[in-house]
Every structure is written in structure tokens, then in C-alpha cells.
Design a binder for this molecule. Structure first.
Ligand SMILES: [Mg+2]
Length: 310
């Protein structure tokens, strides 16, 4: 909302003459006036339109401006600037207005030049508020992403997994997961250094991401060199096939690893589980994949293993 932008300004006043005067000033200054003669019309206007600013009379029958302001602050979470208009210029009134949730106070008769300046000031604050909300949204997205690899972090995975778990229950489908761990990554780091280790993680992630072609597939960095892939609506056979694709892709991309004892390139071990294997909750499902991963490592790495209950 820049200062040049047209604002929707709601004028609430029981006096028709005042409404008309103020509404004319508003449209003369390039904004759009909406009018209400009391609380009912005001609440209706607020529910139907995006209102950027409210000019509120104080002395009104039934519900006065203070009470209506409190109601609006109760109903709406987002901040709408409210300026009181009153012929009473006592300090006590001004203070009551601010207490009720008003942002400013103007005395009647309203001078056009003052009203114009107040509108500009409120528009500026409202615009900062919008920017702040946008920043907060960006921040919340960022707090769900692993900064190195750009995929979900463990925190976001937790939410995503819970969501997919309940979708899966409702649809009575099968949700498979793959725990993917880079083989001999410690040796990679020790020999090539952490910077190259980080680059290896980025390239490794790209290989995994390139194999997830459905919008419903998810990948998260679970730990240092450990990744979790969620495959909703996928039976174990499909998960096993995906693991095979990962093995083949790693062979093809061949990220050099001169210190691995099983291949000259970076390989991975993969533990697989699915909701068909009787996990009671998401923690148990992840734990099953973890146990399967351990088996894959134990059996010589560079392979996948499907969880089997003891
Ligand atoms: Mg009045």
C-alpha cells in the first residue's frame, strides 16, 4: 500500500451532513469513501470490503465510537487504523479514544488539510504493517528450510509427516518413507574438508530431488548426511523401486569419493518402511526406517533394506 495508492476509507457517523462532508474530502483526495450511519452498517461494510482506514464519530446512539472500536478490535486480528472524529476536544476524551483502540483523534469541524495529512500518515503506517506481515511470512518459510541444501529441515518434516500420516489414514492408502544416508561421509569430510563436504551434500541433494517427480513427494534433511523421503500413496514395492533409482542415479552422477571402500564415487544406504508395516505413529514409522538403514549399513552399505519386524 504506497502513499499514492487509493485507500478504502470508511466513515462512520450518525450525522448525514458530516458523512457527506468527510466523504467528499476523501474522494477529492483520490481515495474511496464508504459510509455507515452506525455500528450495524459499519460492521457490514467491514465484512464486505477491505477497509484501509476508519474515520469514526464518537457520539452515536446505541453503540458509540469507543464501544464500536473495541468491537472491531475484538473481531479483526489485523490492524485497521482508526481515527476518531468528535466535537468534544477534552483531553479525557482523547485518552478514552486511545484506550478504546483508536490511533488518532481529530476535532470537528474537520479541516481538510489536516485530514489529508492524517490519511497520509496512516497509509504509511498501514503500508509498513503490510511489509512486516510479508516479512513474517517469508521468515516462517525460511525457518522451515535447511539453509545448505534448500530442502525441508527436520522441524518442517515433522509437520509434513504428521499431515501425510493423517491424510494417509483418511484415504486408507499406503505411505512409504526412505531414510537415505551417505556412505563414508565422515571419511569424505576428513579427507576433503568441510567446504567440499558441504558441496557434496548440495550435489547429493540435487540427485535426490531430481528423482522426486510427483508433487506429493517430499524430501527433508534429517541430520548431517541423512535425508528422509516421503512417498505418499506409494506401496513398499514403489519405495524399493525409488531406492533403486537413487542407487543408479548416484552411480551415473558419480560424485568422486576417493576414500570410500566400496566405490570410487559417493554411494548411499537406504532404509525403507511403510504404513503397511504396522507402525502406530510417525515416530515409530521413522524409527523402522532407521532400523532398516542400520541393516543396510551392516550388510555392507550401498544397498537398500526394507524394515522387518522381529
Ligand atoms: Mg454523532
Amino acid at each position: 500500500m504506497g502513499s499514492k495508492q487509493q485507500l478504502n476509507i470508511l466513515v462512520v457517523d450518525d450525522d448525514q451532513f458530516m458523512r457527506d462532508v468527510v466523504a467528499t474530502m476523501i474522494s477529492d483526495n483520490g481515495h474511496l469513501p464508504l459510509v455507515a450511519d452506525g455500528y450495524q452498517q459499519a460492521l457490514a461494510a467491514l465484512s464486505k470490503n477491505k477497509i484501509d482506514l476508519i474515520l469514526m464519530d464518537i457520539e452515536m446512539p446505541e453503540v458509540n465510537g469507543f464501544a464500536l472500536t473495541s468491537m472491531i478490535r475484538e473481531i479483526y486480528n489485523h490492524w485497521i487504523p482508526i481515527i476518531f472524529l468528535s466535537s468534544n476536544d477534552s483531553e479525557e476524551y482523547l485518552s478514552k479514544g486511545i484506550d478504546a483502540g483508536g490511533d488518532d483523534y481529530l476535532t470537528k469541524p474537520v479541516k481538510e488539510v489536516i485530514l489529508k495529512a492524517k490519511i497520509r500518515a496512516m497509509a504509511r503506517i498501514a503500508s509498513m504493517q503490510d511489509e512486516l506481515e510479508l516479512l513474517n511470512r517469508k521468515l516462517s518459510i525460511l525457518s522451515n528450510i535447511d539453509p545448505l541444501t534448500g530442502v525441508m529441515n527436520k522441524r518442517a518434516l515433522h509437520n509434513c509427516l504428521n499431515e501425510q500420516w493423517s491424510i494417509n489414514r483418511r484415504q486408507k492408502s499406503e505411505l512409504s518413507i526412505l531414510m537415505v544416508d551417505i556412505d563414508f561421509f565422515k571419511l569424505y569430510n576428513d579427507n576433503y574438508g568441510h567446504q567440499k563436504g558441504d558441496r557434496c551434500l548440495v550435489r547429493f541433494t540435487k540427485v535426490l530431488v531430481s528423482l522426486l517427480n510427483r508433487e506429493t513427494d517430499y524430501i527433508a534433511r534429517y541430520g548431517g548426511e541423512e535425508f528422509l523421503i516421503l512417498l505418499p500413496f506409494t506401496p513398499l514395492e514403489g519405495a524399493r523401486f525409488k531406492a533403486k533409482e537413487i542407487m543408479n542415479a548416484l552411480e551415473k552422477f558419480a560424485i568422486k569419493h576417493g576414500h570410500s571402500s566400496i566405490a570410487p564415487y559417493v554411494t548411499a544406504s537406504i532404509g525403507i518402511s511403510s504404513t503397511k508395516l504396522n507402525a502406530k505413529n510417525t515416530d515409530e514409522l521413522v524409527n523402522q526406517a532407521d532400523i532398516a538403514l542400520y541393516k543396510a549399513k551392516e550388510s555392507g552399505r550401498k544397498q537398500s533394506y526394507i524394515f522387518k519386524s522381529a
